[in-house]
Design a protein around this ligand. Sequence first.
Ligand code: GRF
Length: 204
Amino acid sequence: MESSRLVAAGKRLRLGVMASGAGSNFEALVAACQADALAANVVQLVVNNPGCGAAQRAQRLGIPCQLIDHRLQPSREALDAALVDCLQEQGVDLVVMAGWMRIVTPVLIAAFPSRLLNIHPSLLPSFKGLDGVGQALAAGVTLTGCTAHLVNEAVDSGEILIQAAVPVRVDDDHARLRARIQQQEHQILPAAVALLAQRLVDQG
Ligand code: GRF
């Protein structure tokens, strides 16, 4: 990780994170920033589920958290427009979808071109969509993992940035396999942010 610190950037990157659930990837990003493994600060969390684990973690960690409840929005586009407003208001450079369980639209993607990342619990392009862990178990593969990738308009299909492989053990169940995949997610997601940030610096 050390080599990918954004020394050249001369400023700490402002990260926005979107989460719907437990928020362990969100916390891993905050930890990487606090440990200076990533020359960035998480300046805004956005959640769509009131009281979700990610929101609770934000409170504990002292990170600003905005609830944008999709149930109160008339359309996917309206939800994404509200997200863009919130994230742009905070001057966010990069946005990480860390367990964001809504399909996003061109409204969000166009606002952060090549600056929107997702973490997915499979070795893409295998097992796109919901429950990548369950899909891998059902398929009987002996190797699965996780992927940090750019977001485009097709679900789980943007440019792959970093992947980590996780062997499936014969005695694995969903919870055990998911836990080992998540350990890897917590490593590759900050690394993917660093990679993308360095690319942006290099591009000037
Ligand atoms: C992760 O497994 C990620 O791959 C998927 O959603 C899960 C989020 O977990 N997109 P957490 O909320 O970060 O703990």
